[in-house]
Every structure is written in C-alpha cells, then in structure tokens.
Write a protein that binds this ligand. Structure first.
Ligand code: ADP
Length: 308
C-alpha cells in the first residue's frame, strides 16, 4: 500500500517509511492510550487509496508495540459515491415533473381560466405525467439489468426479423418527426442473443436516431459480418455530437443537450441501459458521430453457430 519493500523499511521510523502523518499520529495515540484505534487513512502514493485501518496495541513481555491492519476500501467508497450521486440525480429528475404538475394544478385552482388555457394546462399535466412514467420505467429497466445476467435467454435470432419488428414499432414516431426509416439486413443472418434484450437495445438506439434528427433526414439499421461477429449499425443523418461528448453519453443521466432531451421525453438513461444490456449478452458497442452530419452506433454480437 505504501510502495515499500521490507528491506527499505526495517530500522526506520514509521513516518520516514510510510510518510503518512495520519497513520503516524494514530500509532502514537494508540501507544499512549493503549486503546484500539480505527480510522481511514488516505494515501496518494503509489496510487490514491482509502485504507480502513485498525491499530491494536501489543504488550508482551518480549515486545511493546502496535499492529495495524489495513484494508483497501477504495472501490467500496467509489461505489458508495456513485450510488449517492445516482440517488441524488434520480430524485432531482423525479422532482422536476412533480413540481411542474403541482404548479399547474395550483394555477388551475385560480379563477377565470379560459377554456383554451385549460386545455393547454391539461396537456402539460399529461406530458409531465408521461415524463414521470418514462423515468420510472427506465429506472426499473436499469435496476433489472444491473441486478445481474441470470435472466437472459440466449438463442439464435434472425436479425432481419428482429430489425423488422423494431422498425415497425418506430414507423409512427418517425412519421411524426418527418424522419425516413431504412433497413438493410441480409437473409439468414443469425446472431446469438436474448430476444428481449436485443429488441430493447435496438429500440433505444433507433429511438435516439429519430429524436436527435431533423425532418427530411434519415435513420436506419444495417448489418455486416466480419469473421464470427455481426456488426449491427444503427445510424442517422441527424444532429450528431462532438467527439468530446462521446465518452460520456453512456453514463446514467448524461445528456448532451438537456433541454432538447427533456422536450423529446428523454430520461438520459436510455444509453446506460443499452450499455448494460450489450455487456450482459456478450456484445460490444461503440459510437462515431459528427455534429451536423449524424451518428452511428456499432453493436457487435457473436454469430449463432450454424450447426445448432
Ligand atoms: P435520452 O433519454 O436523453 O435520449 P440517452 O441515454 O438515450 O438519453 O442518450 C444520452 C444523450 O446522448 C442524449 O441526451 C443525446 O444528447 C445524446 N444522443 C444519443 N443518441 C444520439 C444520436 N443518435 N444523435 C445525437 N445525439 C444522441
């Protein structure tokens, strides 16, 4: 933990070896009081670590001293921080539509509201309720995919069939946005995956390809085979993203354009669900994008064994 070799340490004082004043002070205190001491020691060298430390005094006829047991809890603390941030983000996201619904209902209780305004307020409430619904449903999906890979049923899937089903599902939405959908998958291209997981992955990617697009532009799904792997490409000729944004878009609640995502009913969770699902079914995902040109997501999946 301290980047030391035994030979370098013997005969030197603790502060000269471990070079950690917190640890040194705790040892001294333990020796003075004779009591067991527990503390968290932080190190920077050879790498940043958080060490849960217990110091116990030893008093034997032959030796007087103290022993410290150091337990590396860095990963545990990191996960706790991630979880805390997640809870804070989720609460904030849920709070926004709740506050909006409350504000609208308070306004509605006022007097002399015109018929036209009434309808608009009702539509707003419905929109906010839909938003709450999407958030809760995405949070549940995320909880399900994070709980482990046990529930996946890996079977042979005809790519043309599953892509046709996804495209069919999104035709109405694409029509509303004025986006033209295309698909190009050859016959008998069989991959090994879980049907529901792959359907959800393609749906989330195509949903984005339509949402972050422009009327008259295109979105679609195509596939190629390279060796034992099928590469499925979900593409669009929409607004695209800066390459500096790309490493972050799979993070929970990360959105490039918060306003646009919210207006389109986005939760910022779609791609983190995609990433989890892809990992759970043994695939890989990557992305390429250019602002104003469009985006391409590449999903790599193992081909199904033809002899099966
Ligand atoms: P959201 O619910 O906001 O769509 P996602 O996790 O699905 O959340 O995506 C995260 C962010 O990545 C989006 O808010 C958007 O800014 C960006 N993004 C995702 N897909 C695309 C795309 N095809 N074109 C442009 N931007 C995209």
């Amino acid at each position: 933990f301290f980047g030391l070799k035994k030979e370098q340490a013997i005969g030197l004082s603790l502060i000269d070896t471990a070079q950690n004043p917190e640890l040194d002070a705790a040892f001294k205190k333990a020796m003075q009081t004779g009591e067991k001491i527990q503390l968290e020691v932080k190190t920077l060298f050879p790498q940043p670590r958080i060490l849960e430390t217990t110091i116990t005094v030893l008093n034997t006829p032959r030796a007087k001293g103290a022993v410290a047991i150091l337990h590396d809890v860095s990963e545990l603390r990191r996960l706790e921080t991630v979880r805390r941030e997640f809870v804070a983000n989720a609460s904030h996201e849920l709070q926004t539509p709740i506050t909006a619904i409350k504000a609208i209902s308070e306004t509605l209780q006022g007097e002399g509201i015109e018929e036209e305004d009434l309808r608009r307020f009702m539509r707003d409430i419905e929109q906010q309720a839909d938003r709450l619904g999407s958030l809760v449903s995405d949070l549940l999906s995320l909880a399900a995919v994070e709980s482990g890979p046990a529930q996946y049923d890996m079977t042979e899937i005809d790519l043309k069939e599953i892509v046709a089903s996804v495209i069919r599902q999104f035709e109405p939405q694409a029509h509303n946005y004025g986006v033209i959908l295309e698909s190009d998958i050859e016959e008998n291209l069989l991959v090994r995956a879980d049907w529901a997981a792959l359907h959800k992955i393609l749906s989330n990617l195509l949903d984005n390809a339509i949402k972050y697009n422009q009327p008259g532009h295109k979105a679609g799904i195509s596939a190629t085979i390279e060796g034992e792997t099928a590469t499925i490409r979900v593409w669009d000729t929409g607004i695209g993203m800066l390459s500096s944004e790309l490493p972050r878009i799979f993070e929970r609640f990360y959105r490039v354009d918060k306003m646009r995502s919210r207006e389109l009913g986005g939760t910022g969770l779609g791609l983190s669900i995609v990433r989890h699902l892809v990992e759970s079914i043994g695939g890989q995902i990557s992305v390429d994008s250019k602002p104003g040109k469009g985006s391409e997501f590449f999903l790599r999946l193992p081909l199904a064994d033809k002899e099966d």
